[in-house]
Every structure is written in structure tokens, then in C-alpha cells.
Ligand binder design. Structure first.
Ligand code: FMN
Length: 233
């Protein structure tokens, strides 16, 4: 990391952005702790309003990861839908085009996996893989102090984005996981996270299984004309 003010181009960010995708099957190969520490520490260079740095991160490997995964697996036998959501993941009546976009990802995923539309068990099994961090050797839990509001949640996104892009630099892939926000109480209990911290999401981190069909999923983006309005050029 440099404290110098650099004005020349930094050429490799676009490559990390273009090669990042949500990966849902990982090799079990361990990740060097030093790499993870470097990623997280560089990611904290993210901008945040007022430099609040409103993020807290728990990085779990080995027994620590295992303990959380096992506890959630055990509990989900009684309460398959978790402890109750930490926050509404989507608005209750998602309007278009958002509703269709969401459906498209699910459809793409189930098509690749050969899961039929009405196969509730198949969909449930895929959902449950979230809670094993999709087999990744490292799972992160990202929390935020409950007093924070929308601007600080946006800051959290910048930090999370940095982690995912920096992971690419090390040959790693990630999957951000709001699914973990269904298990806030259990996470707080197992990890000893204070009550004032809301669980925003998990992040699976690892080396992607290159041959796994699910990792072929490539999500589309709306064309520029649909989401950006350039004026005065
Ligand atoms: C904050 C956040 C939470 C997400 N939560 C989940 C999740 O719980 N499970 C999952 O499989 N994917 C999750 N995703 C991945 C999205 O489905 C994915 O980013 C989107 O479909 C675009 O695909 P891409 O990441 O491959 O470009 C999440 C993404 C973000 C940014």
C-alpha cells in the first residue's frame, strides 16, 4: 500500500471486475492467512461517508468455520428458515424490472443444475449449500452497527466490493451471501458477536472449482442506455 498520491492509471481493476462472478462451488484448498489479511486490510481503503468505516468482519477458517456451519445445520432441522431475517432482503412487492431480473438468476441457476420449477426439495438443497459457504474453505461474516442507516450500508457495499475484487488478484473467487442474514442470532451466539451488530451478509471465499457446472452461470446486465443518462456530451 502506498501513501503517495498516484495520478497515473491503475490498469488492472477492470480485469478483476470482469472476471469476478458469484462462485457456488469451491475447491477445499486452504487459503494462506497472509493473503486474507492483505485482502481485508487493503479493502479497508474503501471510501465511507465521514470515514466512519462502519464495517465489522469475521473471517472464519478451520474449526471456527466448521463450528458455525455445524451449528446452523443442526438448528435448521428444527427451524429450516433460520432465526428470522435481520432485515428485509427484498422489498415486499418488488416491481419490474427488478422482479424479472431476480427470477432470471434463479432460473439460470436451476437450469444449469437441472432442478425443475416445482422441485421444492431441489431448490431447498441448493439454498442449504449457502450455509456451508458452498464448500469454500473460508467464510466471512460482515456486520454493521445497528445504529447505521442507508448511507453506511452503501459504505459496506464498497468494502465488500473491494474484498471481492482483491480476491481476484490472488486467484480467488467469492460469493456474497445475504442468506446468512437469516441466521443472525445463531451467528452472534456462536461467534460471540455483540447484540448491537446486525449481520448483513456472509462471503464465501476460495479457489473456484473450474469444472463445476454452477460456476458457468453468467448473469446479464441491463444495457447502458437503460441505466445511465449521459447529458451534455
Ligand atoms: C449483498 C449480496 C448478497 C447476495 N446473497 C446471495 C446469497 O445469499 N446466495 C447466493 O447464491 N448469491 C447471493 N448473491 C449473489 C447474486 O445473486 C449475484 O451477485 C447476482 O446474481 C449477479 O451475479 P454475479 O455476482 O455472478 O455477477 C448476493 C450478492 C450480493 C451483492
Amino acid at each position: 500500500m502506498t501513501q503517495d498520491f498516484v495520478v497515473s492509471p491503475s490498469p488492472r481493476v477492470s480485469e478483476a471486475i470482469e472476471t469476478r462472478r458469484s462462485v457456488r462451488e469451491f475447491e477445499t484448498t486452504p487459503i494462506p492467512e497472509a493473503d486474507l489479511r492483505e485482502i481485508v486490510s487493503t479493502a479497508t481503503r474503501a471510501a465511507s461517508g465521514g470515514n466512519l468505516q462502519p464495517w465489522k468482519l469475521y473471517v472464519l477458517a478451520g474449526d471456527a468455520r466448521e463450528e458455525l456451519v455445524d451449528r446452523v445445520a443442526e438448528k435448521s432441522k428444527q427451524t429450516p428458515f433460520g432465526d428470522g431475517p435481520e432485515y428485509p432482503i427484498y422489498p415486499p412487492d418488488l416491481s419490474e424490472p427488478y422482479h424479472a431480473r431476480r427470477g432470471q438468476v434463479a432460473l439460470g441457476m436451476y437450469e444449469i443444475l437441472g432442478i425443475e420449477r416445482d422441485d421444492t426439495a431441489g431448490r431447498g438443497a441448493q439454498m442449504a449449500k449457502n450455509f456451508r459457504f458452498f464448500g469454500a474453505p473460508v467464510g466471512m461474516i460482515l456486520t454493521i452497527d445497528r445504529q447505521m442507516g442507508p448511507p453506511q450500508f452503501a459504505d459496506l457495499g464498497l468494502f465488500l466490493g473491494n474484498i471481492m475484487l482483491l480476491a481476484r488478484e490472488k486467484g480467488l473467487h467469492t460469493c456474497p451471501q445475504e442468506a446468512w442474514s437469516l441466521w443472525g442470532d445463531t451467528i452472534r451466539e456462536v461467534l460471540g458477536v455483540p447484540d448491537n451488530e446486525l449481520v448483513f451478509c456472509g462471503v464465501a471465499v476460495g479457489y473456484a472449482r473450474a469444472d463445476a457446472p454452477i460456476n458457468r452461470l453468467y448473469t446479464e446486465r441491463a444495457p447502458l442506455e437503460e441505466m445511465a443518462d449521459f447529458r451534455g456530451f
